[in-house]
Each structure stands twice: as C-alpha cells, then as structure tokens.
Design a protein around this ligand. Structure first.
Ligand SMILES: *[C@@H]1O[C@H](CO)[C@@H](O)[C@H](O)[C@H]1NC(C)=O
Ligand SMILES: *[C@@H]1O[C@H](CO)[C@@H](O)[C@H](O)[C@H]1NC(C)=O
Ligand SMILES: *[C@@H]1O[C@H](CO)[C@@H](O)[C@H](O)[C@H]1NC(C)=O
Ligand SMILES: *[C@@H]1O[C@H](CO)[C@@H](O)[C@H](O)[C@H]1NC(C)=O
Ligand SMILES: *[C@@H]1O[C@H](CO)[C@@H](O)[C@H](O)[C@H]1NC(C)=O
Ligand SMILES: *[C@@H]1O[C@H](CO)[C@@H](O)[C@H](O)[C@H]1NC(C)=O
Ligand SMILES: *[C@@H]1O[C@H](CO)[C@@H](O)[C@H](O)[C@H]1NC(C)=O
Ligand SMILES: *[C@@H]1O[C@H](CO)[C@@H](O)[C@H](O)[C@H]1NC(C)=O
Ligand SMILES: *[C@@H]1O[C@H](CO)[C@@H](O)[C@H](O)[C@H]1NC(C)=O
Length: 762
C-alpha cells in the first residue's frame, strides 16, 4: 500500500468511520478465539498457537510470519493474516470457538467536539464527601495518556497496590518515570492496526510509539475517571475553577490500542487480556462498534473474561442516536448512555441593528469589530448548486464574496457532515467568522472552529433571516463564550446523539443500562492533539459523547468497589442501575434533546446515575457465570461455544432453556409477550437488621402486573429472596415495547427496575 492511499484512508476513517476493509487483498486480519486455557505459561500457548496455525499455513515459519498477536494470559487465541480458506479451516478445528475478521472500532466522540473553557464539573462535587479507599485500580482502554497533565499528579497517594502486576512500558517520549502512584501502569499496542493499515509513520500525523497520547481522547477519559483535583484551572481567561475526576484517589492503568481515533479489534483483545491479568478492578472502554454476536465481538469476549475475574467493564453505549443503535448488548457489560448537565455555553451574535441573538458555542476567539454578513447561498461559486454552497463545503464558495465577511452556513446530515471543516473552508476563502444553522442536531453537538463561530437554533435563525432580507448591508459581531450554570436549566436531558435500544442481539435485556453526563464535559487533554481543537494546543478540553459518560459510570463503579470490595461485577451494576433516577432537576420526566421529546428506558436504561444512592442500594440483583451460561443457552448458543467461553465442563442446556428474561438482571424486559408471562428475580439484602420491602408498580399500558410474594421480609444482611412478577396483558402493544416499572421499598431504600415488554398477543 502506498503512502498516499494510506493517508486518504485515514482521513475517511476519521471523518466518516465508514471504511472497514483495509484493502482489496485476498488475505485479511482474523482473530482466532479459543476460550480459556490451562497452559502453564504464555510461551506454551504461543508454541501451541503456532502449531495450530502451521496446520493451515504449511509450516511453523509461515505460521510465525502470519501471526500478529497471541492472547495467552487471561484466555487463549491469536490473530493472524489469513486467506478466507485458511480462516475456514481454522473455524473447523476442534479447539477453535470462533474465527472473525478484526474490525475497527471508533472512539465515541466523532459526533461532538467542543472547545476549551474549563470549569468545575459541578455535578460531581459531592464526591469529595465520599470517603473511599485509594487502592482501586481502573484500567482505561483508549488512546493513551499525557502524563504531565496536572490531573495525573500523585500527591497524597500511597504506594502502588502490591497486587498490581502491570508494567510501565517505555517508548517514544515515554519512560518508566512517566508512571507514578496515579498512573501505575501503561502499555500500548499497534501490531493489529499496522497489519491492517500500514505503518503508523505513513499517516503523516503526530504519533508516539508509546503510551503517550497524541490525540487527547484517552487523556480526557482517564482524567474523567480518576483525575486528581486541580485547582484554579483557567483557560484563555474564559473560565476558572477546579477540575477533577470522579474518584480522584483511584489509580489508573493505561492501555493504548487506539490510533487516530480508531482501534483494531485484534489490539483491543490483547489490551483486555493484559488488563485482566494485571489485576485492575474496573475496566473503562469509551469505544465500540455495532455488535454481531457475543462470540465474535471483542468487547463481549474481553469483558466476559473480566466478569469472570470479578472485574466490571463499563462501556460507552454508542453515539448512533437512533432506535436499535445501542451497542454493548451483553448483560455482563455496563452500557452507558449520555445526557446533559445544567450548564450551557453561550456565544452570542450582536447584529448591526443592535439585536442580540443567543448562540451556543464554546468560542474563545475575540472578534474586534462588526463585519458584513453573507448567507452562503448568496456566495456560491459559479456553477455550484445553491444547495451545495449552503453547507459551505470545500470549493463551493466564491472567495471574493466572502472575503472579510461572516458567512452563514447550514449543517447537513448528522453523520457525514463535519462541522469543523466548514470553518476551515470559510477561513481559507478569507471569511472572518461563521454562523452555523443546524436544526437537525440541536445544541448537543459542538465542533471547534478555527475562526469565531456560533450556532443558532431555528428560532434565532429565523430572526437572523429576517434581518438579512430586510437590511441592505447587514453586519454582525460574534462574542466569545460565556458559561452559565443555572438551576433553571432543565437537566439532565438525553443527548441527541446517544444510542437507543432495543437491544438488537437479545431484546429481553434492556439496553443501554444507565445514563451519565456526556455533554460538554471538561477534562484534561493532550496539548499535541489539535485535530479537533481548531488547531489550538490546550491542556483541558470540553467534549461530548458516550465516551465522556462512560468514565463517569466507571468512576462510580470504582467508588462502589472501594466501599464493597467483595461485590461482584453484577452486584455493582445492580447498585448503579436500581438507584438511578428518571426525573430531571425539575422533578419532571427526563426529556430528549433537541426537541424535548418523551423518553423511555431505551433512551436511558434504568435512568440517570446517582452515585451517592448507589453506595447503599438496599437490595442487589446478582448473577454469576452459571447464570450467564443459562442465559447463553436461551439465546441458542451451542454448548461447545458456551463451554469454551466459560470453561465450564459438560454444559447441558436445560430443555426447554430457562427464558432469557429470567436472567437476574436489574431491569426487566420481555421481547415477546405471548399471553401471560411470569418473570423470576432474586434479591439480596444489604442493610442493618430485619426489614420488609414492599413492591409498587407502574404498569405498562395494556398489561396487569402482580408480584408474588408482595412483601420481602429479610432478617439479616446477605439474605436472598426470590419473587415472581406476573404479567397479564389485555392489549397488544402494536409491535412496539410498552414501559413501566417496579420499585421495592422499605421506607429507606427505593430499588427500582424499569419494565419493557412487547405484547405480541394476549
Ligand atoms: C472447545 O470445545 C471443543 C468441543 O467441545 C473441545 O474439543 C475443545 O477442547 C475446546 N477448546 C478449549 C480450548 O477448551
Ligand atoms: C505532512 O504534513 C505536513 C504538515 O501538515 C505537510 O506540510 C506535508 O506536506 C505532509 N507530507 C505529506 C507527504 O503528506
Ligand atoms: C488563579 O490563576 C490566576 C491566573 O492564572 C491567578 O491570577 C490567580 O491568582 C490564581 N488564583 C489562585 C487562588 O491561585
Ligand atoms: C454544549 O456546548 C456547545 C458548544 O460547543 C453548546 O452549543 C451547547 O449549548 C452546550 N450544550 C449544553 C446542553 O450545555
Ligand atoms: C453537489 O452535491 C452533490 C451531493 O451532495 C454532489 O453529488 C455534486 O457533485 C455537488 N456538485 C458540485 C458542483 O459540487
Ligand atoms: C426537531 O424539531 C425541528 C423543528 O420542528 C425539526 O426540524 C427536527 O427534525 C426535529 N428533530 C428531531 C430529532 O426530531
Ligand atoms: C392469565 O392470568 C390471569 C390471572 O391469573 C387469568 O385469569 C387468565 O386466564 C390467564 N390467561 C391465560 C391465557 O392463561
Ligand atoms: C394500539 O393501537 C390501537 C389502534 O391504533 C390503539 O387503540 C391502542 O391503544 C394501541 N395500544 C397500545 C398499547 O398502545
Ligand atoms: C415486537 O414483536 C413483534 C412480533 O414478534 C415484532 O414484529 C416487533 O418488531 C417487536 N417490536 C420491537 C420493537 O422489537
């Protein structure tokens, strides 16, 4: 592959994320997954992998050449460059569970990038009141870390926990000295990426062959989880305040499988293997791709092995925005949606007639004067259709007409139109500012611009249009951003980009699981990561995406782990989910941006995360590996697949299998309600002394709900009680889900489970 082609590929990947085939070659990069192993060490796994591979490549030498990665620590497998025929041969091999192509995952931020303007993250200030032990280790799989950031200073932290087996791997501008008591481990992976896309150097971008972050994303997510408290952060004089992560005394173990905002599956799987083996407590992955099956999805596989070792994986739920786009469908992963906080950034436009239009942007750039203003459609270059010019695409504008002017541009479809590019087009044509009219995305999306830019909502845009049509020489001035934190702003609202259910693999499991702040989140950044910052080098950045909400949930999981070290991943997940709230700060139901539409559990799962309540949930719905086996049985997985994934000998699925909806999940979903259905759950009590919980229901429309028994009487902490929820539908739900909820309460704790059922017949 030539350099030129590679470069083009990257741009497409980065901008559109639509390229998944590396090249039209006959060989491809495959992952061969073989489940648990009982080999004594990594070397014997590798030898054995080479042996198996040689059976299809012809010789050990060729096998060694074809192999890219070996998964040898927490589970067995390898990745290799193979022909489809060789892949098929391996698929037929007894010891192989699955063979699948290594795909590319996107970091969850491609839809929304903002600019600096740091401020305290107000929503989590109460964390300071929560005493938590400092030996919790969070593994972050992302684009690396900028270790010099103040957020990673290790003041006040004790020695590295002894049980941690990770390493600080040195490389380009990264030495073992860059690790400390905060960043206790750091590794990086590029073999898979390079096998698919060629050498990193051929991309003509800033790279570090080391854990150092040239992109910014990994620094942002890591500091959101566990950034130390940094006082008096001030950027461009715009805002000042305290920056901090959710659990400032947690430790970070950094795994870098992502380059240029994409990550190869094959590299990711090694990162999981290492993180599990190194002994992290929580894994945070602000990445993902649309899943195909649990057995060919590196997230499902990696996080299953984590689950088995007691490690909860918290993952971004995706930025797809539409129904059925929720990713991370496996019940053993915590999938996190994104919602807003009660803060807004204004960058207003003052018109020549002294009217002020309210604009939304994080714009640090000062405009020294009023300038003429022109609509892009009035500035179309000759021969260019007006529609094309209106979006300010490259080579569509007449430079003579926009020179020295503020240009009014439109935003097109959400996925393919990169807003920040418009600023470059206007600047390169001599324009001095840009006003963006963007009805489809509302104001959850923010890109960063190289010239003063602000975004108007449709109402303000209409005022601007009137002014432009009535005024012969319209002028305007764009003002830099002011930040407002007002209790009067309704929050949280679901972000327009946040992916929605139903779960496309197992619709009985409601996904996403939870929502957390993911709009305009300020955290540390890599100063060389200027791709998305309007070419400005910054130490802190404000971003939006499920990439940002995921580390909030990871931090909450870490805090729970520090308070309840013995709790299983599913218990932690249950605590987070059953204590979430579905009301906003005005005590009305959470709405969805941009138009305030109604929401359901397919938007936010169990609701908005409530860290303080999650520490003491009262009841917990726990499940373990054996429950996952029953669950997989009910999804039709073969016992050989299950056996190899779970290392449980002699798996025989119940016949008929235990229904999927009987997995002891903290939410209740029934995707095919064909008449009466009864769902089983078991609650474990955590509290002091005897207590009685009573159930209250909000019935899904058309369905009567009864619980049996209707009271749960516990004598002591740790006791378990089972109950059945009987659903008696009297109306079909017209092909869609209907929703309700069940809440157990003992007067102190409220343990809430959302209910989503699709009544197909009565
Ligand atoms: C996977 O399952 C097959 C068939 O049950 C078995 O023969 C093989 O040994 C298993 N592989 C591993 C690695 O456990
Ligand atoms: C690499 O990038 C630099 C700076 O962006 C540019 O000047 C140079 O022409 C690029 N080189 C190639 C081969 O694309
Ligand atoms: C905060 O920073 C600003 C500018 O960097 C400085 O002028 C001010 O004295 C600092 N305040 C405190 C309390 O440190
Ligand atoms: C987030 O920041 C963008 C600026 O990039 C702004 O337009 C928007 O109003 C903000 N959204 C919320 C919900 O605060
Ligand atoms: C206008 O845009 C359409 C698609 O949006 C494209 O196919 C066409 O080539 C563009 N025309 C010009 C002259 O840029
Ligand atoms: C929100 O409302 C505007 C104006 O009515 C409409 O154009 C837009 O499509 C709506 N957006 C969504 C996501 O419903
Ligand atoms: C469903 O349950 C209700 C209440 O127990 C009962 O009256 C009804 O006959 C049941 N329907 C079916 C089809 O079994
Ligand atoms: C299903 O559609 C019918 C007719 O439109 C309506 O009367 C009924 O209320 C709907 N049922 C539900 C559960 O929404
Ligand atoms: C509800 O069930 C019906 C019948 O199986 C199916 O056609 C429909 O797609 C389901 N609805 C959803 C939202 O999954």
């Amino acid at each position: 592959m030539t350099k030129l082609i590679t470069t083009v590929l990257t741009l497409l990947l980065l901008r559109y994320g639509a390229i998944s085939e590396a090249a039209a070659s006959t060989t491809k990069h495959y992952i061969v997954y073989m489940g648990d192993h009982s080999y004594p060490d990594s070397n014997s796994v590798i030898t054995s992998n080479h042996g198996l591979l040689a059976s299809v490549t012809g010789s050990i030498g060729q096998a060694e050449e074809a192999a890219i990665h070996h998964y040898s620590k927490s589970f067995r497998g390898f990745s290799a460059i193979l022909t489809p025929e060789q892949a098929q041969q391996l698929r037929d091999s007894e010891s192989v569970i699955s063979v699948f192509e290594s795909r590319i995952s996107k970091l969850h931020t491609t839809h929304s990038w903002e600019f600096l303007g740091v401020d305290a993250i107000p929503q989590y200030n109460h964390f300071t009141e929560i005493e938590s032990k400092s030996d919790v280790i969070v593994g972050v799989l992302d684009s690396g870390i900028w270790p010099e950031s103040e957020s990673f200073n290790d003041k006040g932290l004790g020695p590295v926990p002894k049980r941690f087996k990770g390493e600080c791997v040195a490389g380009d501008q990264f030495t073992v000295k860059n690790c400390n008591r905060k960043i206790i481990g750091a590794r990086f992976y590029s073999k898979g990426f390079e096998a698919e896309y060629g050498p990193l150097e051929s991309f003509n971008r800033t790279i570090f062959r080391s854990p150092r972050d040239s992109d910014g994303h990994g620094t942002h997510t890591a500091s959101t989880v566990a950034g130390s408290v940094v006082n008096n952060v001030s950027l461009s004089g715009m805002a000042s305040g305290t920056a901090r992560g959710g659990m400032p005394n947690a430790r970070l173990a950094i795994y870098k499988p992502c380059w240029f905002v994409v990550c190869s599956d094959a590299d990711l799987l090694v990162a999981f293997d290492d993180a599990i083996h190194d002994g992290v407590d929580i894994i945070s992955v602000s990445l993902g791709a649309a899943p195909t099956s649990f057995f060919t999805d590196v997230y499902s596989i990696g996080s299953f092995h984590a689950f088995k070792k007691g490690i909860l994986v918290s993952a971004g739920g995706g930025n797809g925005g539409l129904p059925g786009t929720a990713i991370h469908p496996a019940p053993w992963i915590l999938a996190v949606a994104a919602s807003t906080i009660d803060r807004e950034f204004y960058s207003n436009v003052h018109l020549g007639n002294s009217k002020i239009l309210k604009g939304y942007a994080i714009n640090p750039l000062e405009m020294d004067n009023y300038y003429g203003i022109i609509s892009a459609t009035d500035a179309a270059a000759s021969g260019v259709p007006l529609r094309n010019a209106s979006f300010c695409y490259k080579n569509t504008l007449d430079h003579d007409l926009i020179k020295g002017k503020i240009v009014v541009c439109l935003g097109e479809a959400v996925t393919s139109d990169i807003r920040s590019d418009k600023g470059i087009v206007v600047r390169d044509g001599g324009g001095v500012g840009m006003i963006l009219i963007d009805p489809t995305i509302g104001n959850d999306f923010g890109f960063q611009y190289v010239i003063p830019t602000t975004l108007l909502d449709p109402k303000e845009a209409e005022l601007l249009r009137e002014y432009l049509t009535t005024e012969k020489e319209p002028t305007a001035r764009i003002y830099p951003t002011r930040t407002t934190t007002l209790n009067t702003i309704r929050a949280p609202k679901m972000a327009v980009f946040s992916s929605m259910g139903p779960n496309i693999i197992t619709p009985d499991i409601i996904k996403p699981d939870i929502t957390a702040p993911g709009v305009n989140i300020s955290a540390a950044w890599s100063p060389v990561g200027i791709e998305f910052t309007g070419d400005r080098s910054v130490d802190f950045n404000v971003l939006s995406g499920t990439s940002m909400s995921c580390p909030h949930a990871s931090a909450v999981a870490a805090i729970i782990k520090s308070h309840h070290p013995s709790w299983s991943p599913s218990a932690i997940k249950s605590a987070i989910m059953t204590t979430a709230t579905v009301m906003d700060n005005s005590w009305r139901p959470i709405k969805k941006n941009p138009n305030g539409t109604r929401t359901t559990p397919f938007d936010y799962g169990s609701g908005h995360i409530n860290p303080v309540a999650a520490l003491d949930p009262g009841l917990v719905y726990d499940f373990g590996v054996s429950d996952i086996i029953s669950f997989l049985c009910s999804t039709g997985a073969s016992s050989a697949q299950i056996q190899n994934l779970t290392e449980t000998p002699f798996v025989t699925c119940n016949n008929p299998p235990i229904p999927t909806y009987d997995l002891n999940y903290p939410s209740i979903g029934v995707a095919k309600m064909n008449g009466n259905v009864s769902v089983l759950r078991t609650a474990t009590y955590y509290g002091n002394g005897p207590t009685v919980f009573k159930a209250a229901f909000k019935n899904p429309p058309g369905v009567r709900v009864v619980v049996e028994p209707h009271e749960l009487k516990f004598q002591k902490s740790g006791e378990k009680m089972s109950f059945r929820v009987h659903f008696m539908p009297y109306k079909t739900s017209n092909g869609s889900f209907v929703f309700g909820s069940m809440t157990w309460s003992n007067g102190i704790h409220k343990v809430r489970s959302p209910i989503g059922v699709n009544v197909t017949s009565i």
